[in-house]
Design a protein around this ligand. Structure first.
Ligand SMILES: Nc1ncnc2c1ncn2[C@@H]1O[C@H](COP(=O)(O)OP(=O)(O)O)[C@@H](O)[C@H]1O
Ligand SMILES: Cc1ncc(COP(=O)(O)OP(=O)(O)O)c(N)n1
Length: 274
């Protein structure tokens, strides 16, 4: 019996967002939109909507590990994404499973604090993330505040971003994508910076003034994961992910009373109209 997969497969290891804009829900919607079979291991359940996070309920390490084993022992994955991991214990468990199943295309989105300020990664777990997970990352995708917490440096301009990217690569991440959504300069262009250990590449798009940006980081990292699962190289994956998130932000759904979700089907709608 041949075990050759006919479809690209991606696993997300992340928290559940009841509001559907971020976390596991954003990841699975993005995988589906990009024609990748999505699977999940949930680390924590959050009660969350566009107004903020009302509750966080982490799962046990055993529950997280068993979900990952269920995928690793049967379905397999072409790429894996990690999102909200919450505690050092969960991070260490996830790192052990990534090694056990020899997953190479691992996208680490170092989720730490939600837009409304809720803590999605305990402060004492930042060290575990750097030491246990970054060495296994094919790509790590911090936003600017996350990169500041991971490197201990203040990031103002592009040279700071480059220095921070070099520091994160020194932990063992093969590629660093420093996202530009939180750029303090107020520029009209959003630049995501890729460092491949040698060279820097910029991926730019027009900055949109909108409150509907809940889950942009999850969605962007999930699109990178899906494209890697489909066999794209890192620069192709980033270019596609940037188009995906730009469409998702521009064609927003105007849901909720606060920071609304992005539109996960906008990219497909646009492709169908071309
Ligand atoms: N206002 C915006 N207009 C266009 N793209 C944006 C905007 N805000 C964020 N992005 C894009 O969304 C993705 C996530 O960026 P960022 O906001 O930095 O991360 P996070 O959601 O993790 O805080 C990146 O690709 C970034 O370029
Ligand atoms: C369950 C869960 N995971 C991750 C996040 C953070 O998502 P992100 O894409 O960084 O978007 P914002 O929270 O910053 O809008 C989350 N909120 N919930």
């Amino acid at each position: 019996m041949t075990n050759q997969p006919k479809v690209a497969r991606a696993l997300t290891i992340a928290g559940s967002d009841s509001g559907g804009g971020a976390g596991i829900q954003a990841d699975l919607k993005t995988f589906q939109e990009l024609r990748v079979f999505g699977m999940s291991a949930i680390t924590a359940v959050t009660a969350q909507n566009t107004l903020g996070v009302q509750g966080i309920y982490p799962l046990t390490v055993e529950a997280v590990g068993r979900q990952i084993d269920a995928i690793g022992e049967d379905l397999g994955a072409d790429a894996v994404k990690t999102g909200m991991l919450f505690s050092s214990e969960i991070i260490v468990c996830v790192a052990e499973k990534l090694r056990r199943y020899r997953w190479q295309k691992v996208v680490v989105d170092p989720v730490m604090i939600a837009k409304g300020g809720a803590v999605l990664l305990l402060e004492e777990s930042i060290r575990a993330l750097k030491e246990s997970l970054l060495p296994l990352a094919w790509v790590v995708t911090p936003n600017i505040p996350e990169a500041e917490l991971l490197t201990g440096m203040k990031i103002l301009g592009m040279e700071d971003r480059k220095e921070a990217a070099r520091k994160l690569a020194a932990y063992g991440a093969k590629h660093v994508v420093m996202k530009g959504g939180h750029d303090p300069s107020g520029a009209s262009v959003v630049v995501d910076l890729l460092f491949d250990g040698r060279d820097f590449y910029e991926f730019s798009s027009e900055r949109r003034e909108t409150r509907h940006t809940h889950g942009t980081g999850c969605t962007f990292a999930a699109a990178i994961t899906a494209e890697l699962a489909r066999g794209r190289d890192i620069r192709e994956a980033l270019a596609a992910a940037k188009s995906f998130i730009q469409a998702a932000i521009e064609d927003s759904l105007e849901l909720g009373h606060g920071h609304g979700p992005t539109n996960h089907w906008a990219y497909r709608d646009r492709a169908a109209k071309q």
